[in-house]
Design a protein around this ligand. Structure first.
Ligand code: SAM
Length: 302
């Protein structure tokens, strides 16, 4: 990487050329824009179009600076020559990771009032052994979604957990956000809207230098496994899942990718399992295979 960067910088030549290049550097040519869009599409499924140009420009500017390069064109060259090594860094810089605790709270309310009581009832009839519950947060970002899910489950279960085998899988393509989720440390203002009782039960307030942050309790962490997973690639897990969260991620994909993913989610859901989508997402033609049981909540038939 350093060697390639030096070569690129050397090729800039005379200092006067460098000055010229600096002016040109902040221009994102049509060719480079198209190349970047194609690279992003092929590696992540994310569709970037003209409406995303500004956002891409800002993020690329940061990347070029961090990589100590002189222009967008240099960065495209780096991606062409060392795309495999650069991929992780690039994806982490390009993804949109916006999330929050109990985002779209109606999903957690549905779990609390309808789904978890129903699961407790139906699994009570199961024979010996621990009763299994499996959840998947499939674009978990920095972890607020799977932690909200874990709090919801623990609050709704109430009963003795020793009879239950509960696991939440949290995956994302972005290794930085996964590390943040795994650490489970957040700015205190991220939990300001959470009821006091839940804050006390599930978060430790930092002290001294860390008084601006909170750490999630181990009883949440113990339920969750964070793993890097690109939704476009193979999924190593077998399921079946009682519920899958696929929220605010398919919005970035094209219809073809969305339908492929819906079919794969369907396969991994248990009969009667739930698929949660984000507020501006829908199943399109795939809706016929599910029943719509709430706002952006879809049930696979039993
Ligand atoms: C806007 S966040 C949504 C977070 C959370 N689900 C929510 O609704 O609050 C979208 C996440 O999708 C992830 N993502 C984008 N493309 C992906 C892919 N191909 N595979 C897995 N995750 C992806 C991003 O890294 C990002 O963290």
């Amino acid at each position: 990487m350093a060697e390639l960067r030096d070569n690129i910088n050397k090729r800039q030549g005379h200092p006067q050329d460098r000055r010229l290049n600096r002016d040109q550097a902040m221009r994102l040519s049509e060719g480079d824009f198209k190349f970047i869009c194609q690279f992003v599409y092929e590696t992540t499924g994310i569709v970037l179009n003209d409406s995303k140009r500004e956002m891409l420009y800002r993020r690329l500017t940061r990347i070029v600076r961090e990589r100590k390069l002189n222009s967008f064109a240099d960065y495209c060259q780096l991606l062409r020559e060392q795309g495999e090594q650069e991929k992780d860094f690039f994806i982490n810089a390009i993804t949109t990771n916006l999330t929050s605790f109990f985002r779209e709270n109606h999903h957690f309310e549905y779990l609390t009032t309808e789904e978890i009581p129903a699961l407790i009832k139906s699994k009570a009839a199961e024979a010996n052994g621990k009763k299994r519950l499996r959840f998947w947060s499939s674009a978990s970002s920095t972890g607020e979604e799977p932690y909200s899910l874990a709090i919801t489950i623990l609050e709704a279960m109430k009963s003795d957990l020793s009879m239950w085998d509960i696991k939440i899988l949290a995956t994302d393509i972005d290794s930085n956000v996964l590390a943040k989720g795994k650490a489970g440390i957040y700015d205190v203002n991220r939990i300001e809207d959470i009821p006091q009782k839940l804050k006390q039960s599930y978060f430790f307030q930092g002290c001294g230098k860390s008084s601006d942050s909170v750490k999630v309790h181990d009883k949440l962490k113990n339920l969750i496994t964070f793993k890097q997973l690109n939704l476009l690639h193979d999924w190593p897990m077998k399921g079946p899942f009682d519920a899958i969260f696929c929220r605010n991620v398919i919005i970035y994909f094209d219809k073809k990718t969305q339908i492929e993913l819906f079919a794969r989610y369907y396969e991994l859901l248990a009969p009667g399992g739930l698929l949660f989508l984000g507020h501006s997402e829908n199943l399109g033609n795939y809706q016929q295979y599910f029943s719509n049981v709430g706002r952006t909540i879809f049930r696979k038939p039993y």
